[in-house]
Design a protein around this ligand. Structure first.
Ligand code: CS2
Length: 475
C-alpha cells in the first residue's frame, strides 16, 4: 500500500499529531527538494501540532519529479533519521506541490494568500554575481525583465508576487531564504529590490520599505535519496513511499529576530531567534561546509565515495580538523553561547556518522558557487592577517584537479559554469599554467586574490602535491 492520507495511520512510524487536512497554506516554499523536506518542512510539521496556519505549498521551478511523487501521496513522505538512533517519521506539512512553469497563475494565487515565503533554490538559484549583486546578465533574469508576469527565476516570482499583493492592497509576505549563502536575507532583498527597480520604481520603494527578509542559518546533513533508502523505508514503515528523505539527527535553524507579531512561534519548535545570524552563519559555512567541500575534492582524489569513508583516512580527517581549528576558528567571532572548538569536534563526529552514505560527489556539485563562500572567504582574511594559507589552498587545488579530470574523462560536471570549466580543463599542461588558467576565472577568484603571490604559491604547491599522488586512472 502507498503512503497517503488514507493509510498513514497504519505506518510503523511516528505520525502527525494533527489532522493534515485542516492545515492552511500559510507558507509558499520554492525548491521543495530533499533539504527542504528534511529541514524546514519538519519544523513546520512540528508547529502544525499547535498552529494550523503554516501548511506548505511547494513550488518547483524546473522539474516535475517532486510533484509527481508527492501529490499522489497527498503530500506525505517519510523522514528517516539515520544516526546513533534510527527513527522514521511521517511528515504532512507539505499540502501541495506546484510546478511553476506549468501554471504560474496558481503560484501567484498562493503568493497572494500566504504569510511566509521560504526558499531552498541552491546558491545558483539566486542569480547573483560573485559580489552578491543580482546578475542582470543571467539569462533567467533577462527573461524575467521581458516577461515579468511569467518569470523563470525565483527572484522574478517574488517580485511579481509582491506586485500583485501591493495592487490588492495587501502587505508583503515575510521572505525567508534558507540556502547556504552569507547574508542570505540581505542579499535576497537587495536582489528583489534591484529587479523590481528595473520594472517599477514605486514597487521597488514599497518593497524596500515593507519587505522583511531575515537572514538565516540552516543545518542538517541530508544525503540524496537512493533506492536503498526507498527499500529500507518500505520495510520499516510497511507502506510504499515514492520519495522518502534521510538525514542525520542533528538539525539547526537560526533566524534573524524581526518583528512579526502574527507569525509562527518559531522558538516553540526549536528555531533559534537571534540578532546575530552572521556569527552563526559564518561559523557554519566555514566550519561545516568548507571542510565538507575539502573532503569532497580531496576525498574523491583519493578514490573515496562517501564522507565517512574519507573521515576514516587519517590524512584527510587530520587535514580538515587542522583546517577548522588552526586556520578558520582564529578568524571567527564566537556566536553567543557557542564554544567554537566544541562546535568543530561535534561537526567532525557528524561527518563520521556511519549510518548514512553521504556521497562526496553530491557535495562536489557547483564548486564554482560554493568555494568562494566556503573557502575563499576564510582564505582572504587569513592572507590579510598574514597567516599561513597552505592548508586552505588544498581544496582549491583539489577542485582544479577534479575539474580537469572530468574534462579529460568526458564525465559530466555538475556546475552552472560547466561549459567554461570543461573547456579550460581540457587545455591544461603544467602546474604554473594550470593554476594561472583557473585563477583567471574572475567569477570564482577575485582580482585581489588571483594576483597575490603568496596565494598563488600556496595553490601551486598544493596542486603539485596532488599531481604527485594522482591515481593512474585519472592521470
Ligand atoms: C553540503 C551541504 O552538499 C553540500 O554542499 O556541504 O548540503 C551540507 O550537507 C548542509 O549544508 C548541512 O547543513
Amino acid at each position: 500500500m502507498k503512503l497517503s492520507l488514507a493509510y498513514f495511520e497504519q505506518a510503523d512510524a511516528e505520525t502527525p499529531a494533527y489532522d493534515p487536512t485542516t492545515l492552511e497554506l500559510g507558507v509558499v516554499h520554492f525548491g521543495p527538494g530533499a533539504f527542504h523536506r528534511a529541514h524546514q518542512a519538519a519544523y513546520l510539521d512540528a508547529l502544525a501540532a499547535t498552529d494550523p496556519r503554516w501548511g506548505i505549498c511547494g513550488v518547483s521551478l524546473h522539474s516535475t519529479g517532486v510533484r509527481d511523487a508527492l501529490n499522489p501521496q497527498d503530500g506525505l513522505y517519510t523522514l528517516a533519521t539515520l544516526d546513533e538512533e534510527i527513527g522514521y517519521r511521517i511528515i504532512a506539512s507539505i499540502r501541495e506541490v506546484l510546478v511553476g512553469p506549468e501554471n504560474p497563475e496558481a503560484v501567484f494565487e498562493r503568493l497572494l494568500g500566504c504569510g511566509i515565503v521560504t526558499s531552498t533554490v541552491t546558491e545558483k538559484g539566486y542569480c547573483l554575481l560573485a559580489d552578491g549583486a543580482l546578475d542582470f546578465g543571467h539569462a533567467d533574469i533577462a527573461h524575467d525583465l521581458a516577461n515579468p508576469r511569467a518569470p523563470k527565476s525565483f527572484v522574478g516570482y517574488v517580485v511579481e508576487g509582491l506586485r500583485q499583493r501591493r495592487d490588492c492592497g495587501k502587505a508583503p509576505f515575510v521572505l525567508i531564504p534558507c540556502d547556504n549563502l552569507p547574508n542570505n536575507g540581505k542579499r535576497l532583498k537587495a536582489a528583489v529590490v534591484a529587479l523590481a527597480a528595473r520594472l517599477d520604481a514605486e514597487l521597488a520603494a514599497w518593497i524596500e520599505s515593507g519587505l522583511a527578509c531575515p537572514c538565516t542559518m540552516v543545518d542538517s546533513i541530508t544525503p540524496a535519496t537512493d533506492d536503498a533508502l526507498r527499500a529500507r523505508v518500505a520495510d520499516a514503515i510497511g507502506l510504499h513511499d515514492a520519495w522518502p528523505i534521510q538525514r542525520e539527527a542533528f538539525t539547526q535553524w537560526v533566524i534573524e529576530d524581526h518583528v512579526h507579531d502574527s507569525g509562527p512561534d518559531w522558538a516553540s519548535v526549536g528555531v533559534i531567534l537571534t540578532d546575530n545570524v552572521p556569527a552563526y552563519e559564518r561559523a557554519k559555512l566555514r566550519l561545516l561546509n568548507g571542510p565538507h567541500s575539502t573532503l569532497a575534492y580531496a576525498g574523491l582524489h583519493k578514490g573515496y565515495e562517501t564522507v565517512s569513508q574519507a573521515m576514516n583516512d587519517p590524512e584527510l580527517s587530520g587535514l580538515v580538523r587542522d583546517l577548522m581549528l588552526k586556520d578558520v576558528v582564529p578568524l571567527l567571532e564566537t556566536p553567543k553561547g557557542m564554544d567554537l572548538p566544541g562546535y568543530c569536534e561535534a561537526i567532525l563526529k557528524r561527518f563520521r556518522n556511519p549510518a548514512i552514505r553521504h556521497l562526496l560527489s553530491q557535495i562536489a556539485w557547483d564548486g564554482s558557487q560554493k568555494l568562494p563562500i566556503r573557502i575563499l572567504s576564510s582564505l582572504s582574511e587569513a592572507l590579510a592577517q598574514g597567516h599561513d594559507v597552505s592548508r586552505l589552498a588544498v581544496p582549491l587545488a583539489a577542485w582544479m584537479r577534479f575539474v580537469r579530470n572530468k574534462a579529460v574523462s568526458g564525465e559530466p560536471l555538475a556546475d552552472p559554469m560547466a561549459a567554461d570549466l570543461i573547456a579550460l580543463g581540457k587545455g591544461l599542461t603544467d602546474t604554473r599554467a594550470d593554476v594561472a588558467a583557473f585563477l583567471a576565472v574572475r567569477a570564482v577568484f577575485p582580482e585581489s586574490l588571483a594576483g597575490n603571490p603568496v596565494f598563488i604559491a600556496a595553490v601551486e604547491s598544493a596542486y603539485d602535491a596532488l599531481l604527485a599522488t594522482e591515481s593512474p586512472v585519472a592521470a
